[in-house]
Write a protein of this length. Sequence first.
Length: 237
Amino acid sequence: MNANIYEIFNSIQGEGIYVGARQIFVRFCGCQLNCGYCDTQEAQSPVDRCRIHDRHINNPLNVNTVIDAINGLWTPSTRHISLTGGEPLLHAGFIKELAGYTSRPMYLETNAGIPDAARTVSDAIEIAACDIKLPEHRSTDEYDRLHGYELETIRIFHSRDVETFAKIIVLRNTTIESIKKAILDIEAINSEIPLILQPATPLDIDMGQLLGLMDFAGMHLSDIRIIPQMHRLIGVP
């Protein structure tokens, strides 16, 4: 099986509960959403060539090529293979096959909008970082449908003992009212699922606003953290 991949590289995880961990990033091309804050627009569409560290090879790539790249970039401090994008769940079959060729732990970064694909890969993933989009993100014209898919994806991973956490991007116009439904819906699955409130980059947000959102979430969930994109702050990919 082949996949169109934008790049494969070794760097520091800058988001979520594993911030600071070293990972191999496999960035897939393509995404079914169009978020207003997206910082990887270049990976939204297929590209002719994939960057692997300091070289480029023709797309699409097969699983053996990707495994060779991962093994070549792995270091003693590297902890996970991060499947990112774009949207990696558009390549669920490839991910499933990839998992059969390695015992290294797989960390999925997903917009959580394709629950059927989540079912396909749930037994191959150790950690699932699942976005929840808000209306102000302008991700889709069918926000309610997307929200239902996101919650279903979180439920699938959580129920299958995948280490699962949710992430919400916070904009200047994000309010308690706009995150309320997401918070209550996560609580209905399990109040112990961690929630990351991630201020959008570049940072332009009021700390009082963030703390207010955090306190509201804290009335319903037991683990809420404010974590900006640390890799952007320290200047790494």
